[in-house]
Design a protein around this ligand. Structure first.
Ligand SMILES: [Zn+2]
Ligand SMILES: [Zn+2]
Length: 287
């Protein structure tokens, strides 16, 4: 089974509609694909409808959470992939609604700061780019590029602008990962730590991973395009030590990441292992 367990659509910050993402997943020769938009399940219905046989869709979501670091006041983002939870679970739904509402307040605050810094964009520009998607920094970055303030959207992610801690950066409400894991589990889902070694801002240590495992984490995303192979090898042995599932995914965001769907996949048996722990909902068979 080739399973890419981490892809985004334009229901969050990807560029392609869910139907197109499913078509590309099939074209890439995948057996299984998980749609994991940020803090929303809004893309699932369209993905389900458009799902070509024999592709299997795993309904999922990428949840933003925040972990306290070893130094006082030191916090960083931790992304959790949630799979096969009951989408109607009131606890999880209320929490994702809160995260989405806060994203809008935060995006508006970043636009205000950018305007103060002389960047000629408006909230309406950003909202128009986001469309019906959950608004995020990539949409602001695209508005900045369209305004001519920067040459391309990736230049927005620097300390001058909206990188973590940047001049126009505004932090946001985020769940504690232990609480997020508990919410996913009580909704019948399984929680997997996303890309813990993808970059410094998202770094999660071995001991922090062990702590999350004790809190009910089911797996770790070992195979990810932004994780160096040496880190993948060390994560793989850590998952073995801790009895966790070694998953993987492309984190495809459509044209934003060069349509890399299928570039990275889960370890053999990982999909089946996730399935065996989930009770919230079932995977969807295409056709
Ligand atoms: Zn992520
Ligand atoms: Zn992602």
């Amino acid at each position: 089974m080739r399973a890419d367990l981490h892809v985004h659509s334009n229901a969050s910050d990807g560029t392609d509609p869910p139907a197109e993402v499913m078509r590309r997943a099939a074209q890439a020769g995948l057996d299984v694909v998980a749609l994991t938009d940020h803090d929303t399940v809004a893309g699932h219905a369209q993905a389900r409808q458009a799902l070509p046989a024999p592709l299997i869709l795993v309904p999922g979501m990428e949840l933003s959470s925040r972990l306290d670091g070893p130094n006082h006041g030191d916090q960083h983002s931790v992304h959790l992939l949630a799979y096969l939870f009951d989408p109607g679970d009131p606890g999880l739904a209320a929490e994702t609604r809160r995260i989405r509402d806060d994203r809008i307040l935060r995006a508006r605050a970043m636009v205000d700061r950018l305007v103060d810094l002389g960047v000629p964009i408006t909230w309406d520009d950003v909202a128009a780019i986001a469309g019906s998607a959950v608004v995020g920094r990539p949409h602001i970055a695209r508005a900045m590029a369209a305004s001519g303030a920067i040459a391309s959207p990736d230049q927005a992610f620097t300390p001058d602008w909206i990188a973590d801690g940047g001049r126009a950066y505004v932090s946001r409400y985020a769940l504690d990962p232990v609480r997020a894991i508990a919410l996913v589990r009580s909704a019948g889902g399984v929680a997997v730590l996303a890309h813990p070694r993808a970059d410094r801002a998202l770094m999660v240590s071995d001991s922090q991973i062990a702590g999350l495992a004790a809190a009910g984490l089911a797996g770790v995303e070992v195979f990810h395009p932004d994780q160096p192979e040496s880190e993948q090898a060390s994560l793989l042995s850590l998952t073995r030590d801790l009895g966790l599932i070694a998953t993987g995914g492309s984190d495809d965001h459509g044209s934003l990441t060069g349509h890399r769907i299928g570039s990275h996949t889960a370890a053999p048996g990982a999909y089946e292992a996730l399935l065996s722990q989930a009770t919230g909902t079932k995977p969807v068979q295409g056709g």
